[in-house]
Write a protein that binds this ligand. Structure first.
Ligand code: MV4
Length: 523
């Protein structure tokens, strides 16, 4: 059956006409692009550090929101609401990070008479407390990791529970996800200390010291399902994303389909994710995270009540624009396609390109991006918030761009991603590109066998010998019109060419002539 949701009519919102984008960087650019296509006026906010940022240039209107520090700007609810009102916005899109999962911000937007482009404050609250989320999932019949939770239990009750669960167990913070407040406990005599330190970290991170226990799933895979639900009771899934390639809970590479899932497992996980969303009364885009064991058992982890960084992977394999559907759903429109009409075709992989130094504990590589030339070609998408000359600062996440690549098969997509990474020119800051290429070339990754512990356990072998680009090359590159850089194999132009293939216009020849010229003067 050929899906009949190929619209000939241009999709547009009927009520939403002007949107405040409460974010910055690549996701603000991404939301502006969706606004353009829907005929929604895009209003950007920017901090002092972002006055020349790309999202400010692209927006229809832009307002200074304050100092660089996020608490003075992108996290300031009062200022955001004030600008939304004064600029005549009728809706707010939070993006991801910052206030995207703030029940208070969502409620403040709604109380101000504006439309929140995201799930309800109730859904955000319900899914924000992991123990409440687990209780709701249990009622909905969604598979849970065997565990124990109680807001009043003393340590000895946790000890008894851990015995019945069976070690190793994982202590987790009720008040929030990610990696904060997590401890793995392998034997009873270390449980009490783990509970105390997890409670302490949870209180600091989430203002909530409550913790709970789960059976620790060894060699787990992190597979999440994209949900799209309208306000008319239609709740669909848009298939899975494999996100096991992580370093300290920071996702590095995401892909769809997951090389681990069989069609049967994919169908069951999709159905479970839809049940989870229905149990919450979820509306808009969201993601249900699961842990999958090597033998194909899956368990609910948590639900993210926001658009995710890695949404473009799903957009490539389904052909759907998730951000546009967020606006159309918030506009009150029903989804015009049913579950059978949502298809997963081909393969997509996303790499997050960071200004960070893998050889220096992945510390951010702060500085000016002298030259940024993204790759291009069939099946290549670059979502970036910066342009050549922009600075990577300590104020915000040092992500330079997301490189998302599409291919017919996983092998073709990996190869295409390797070529695209090799043809990404970033001069001026250290990046993680070599690390990404090493991970993509690793036999475990090629075999689709990377689990959540793989990167942390194999870091040394993933750090290739870095070929430092001499400063003189950076200076020449910065002075040289980048159009002289041969695009067909730009990697070569970053290595000193041999005399045989010297091209008089490349930065290297300038560098050499500078150096040689200098020598000649010295005689
Ligand atoms: C787990 C787990 C194994 N067993 N829970 C929790 C936070 C979320 N972002 C990942 N979490 C995990 N929860 C049980 N019962 C494995 C993960 C996990 C993970 C844990 C430690 C280090 C990196 C990780 C990456 C993905 C998933």
């Amino acid at each position: 059956m050929t899906p009949n949701f190929t619209h000939h009519s241009l999709l547009a919102t009927h009520h939403l006409k002007k949107c405040l984008i409460a974010n910055r960087g690549e996701i603000a650019v991404r939301i502006i692009r969706a606004c353009r296509e829907l005929g929604i006026h895009a209003v950007a906010v920017y901090s002092e550090a972002d006055s020349h940022a790309y999202h400010v240039q692209l927006a229809d209107e832009a307002y200074n929101i304050g100092a660089a520090s996020p608490t003075e700007s992108y996290l300031n609810i009062t200022k955001l609401i004030d600008i939304a009102r004064k600029s005549g916005c009728d809706c707010v899109h939070p993006g991801y990070g910052f206030l995207s999962e703030s029940e208070q911000f969502a409620q403040a937007v709604i109380d101000a008479g504006l439309t929140w482009v995201g799930p309800s404050p109730d859904s955000i609250r319900l899914m924000g407390v992991k123990t409440e989320a687990r209780a709701l999932m249990q009622q909905a019949g969604v598979p849970l990791v065997p565990g124990f939770q109680s807001d009043y239990a003393a340590d000895d009750e946790f000890l008894v529970a851990a015995e019945s669960i069976g070690y190793p167990v994982m202590v987790k913070a009720a008040g929030g996800g990610g990696g904060k407040g997590i401890r793995v406990v392998y034997q009873p005599d270390t449980l009490a200390e783990a509970l105390a330190s997890a409670r302490h970290e949870a209180q600091n991170a989430f203002g909530d010291p409550r913790v709970f226990l789960e059976k620790y799933i060894e060699s787990a895979r992190h597979v999440e399902i994209q949900i799209l639900a309208d306000s008319h009771g239609n709740t669909l899934h848009l298939f899975e994303r494999e996100c096991s390639a992580q370093r300290r809970h920071q996702k590095i590479i995401e892909e769809s389909p997951s090389p681990l899932l069989t069609d049967d497992l994919r169908t069951r996980m999709g159905a479970a994710a839809v049940e989870a969303a229905r149990a919450v009364g979820y509306v808009n885009a969201g993601t249900v995270e699961f842990l999958v064991t090597p033998d194909g058992e899956f368990y609910f982890l948590e639900m993210n009540t926001r658009l995710q960084v890695e949404h473009p992977v799903t957009e490539f394999v389904t052909g759907l624009d998730i951000v546009k559907w967020q606006f159309l759903i918030a506009d009150g429109q029903p989804l015009p396609f049913t579950q059978p009409e949502v298809t997963q075709r081909g393969h997509a992989i996303e790499c997050r390109i960071y200004a960070e130094d893998p050889r220096n504990h992945f510390l951010p590589a702060i500085g000016k991006v002298l030259t940024f030339i993204p790759p291009a070609g069939p099946g290549i998408r670059v979502d970036s918030g910066i342009q050549s000359g922009d600075a990577i600062t300590i104020h915000y996440d040092p992500m330079i761009a997301k490189l998302i690549v599409y291919g017919h098969t996983r092998a073709e997509t990996i190869n295409r991603m390797q070529q695209a990474l090799a043809n990404t020119v970033i001069l001026g800051v250290t990046t993680n590109i070599s690390f990404l290429r090493a991970l993509l070339a690793n036999p475990a990754f090629l075999a689709g066998e990377v689990d959540t512990g793989f990167v942390d356990a194999n870091l040394e072998s993933l750090l290739p010998a870095e070929i430092p680009v001499p400063d003189i090359a950076l200076i020449i590159a910065a002075l040289t019109d980048s159009r002289n850089i041969r695009h067909d194999n730009v990697g070569a132009s970053l290595r000193p060419p041999t005399n045989a293939n010297r091209d008089s216009h490349t930065p290297w020849s300038r560098a050499d002539s500078f150096r040689l010229g200098h020598k000649k003067e010295q005689g």
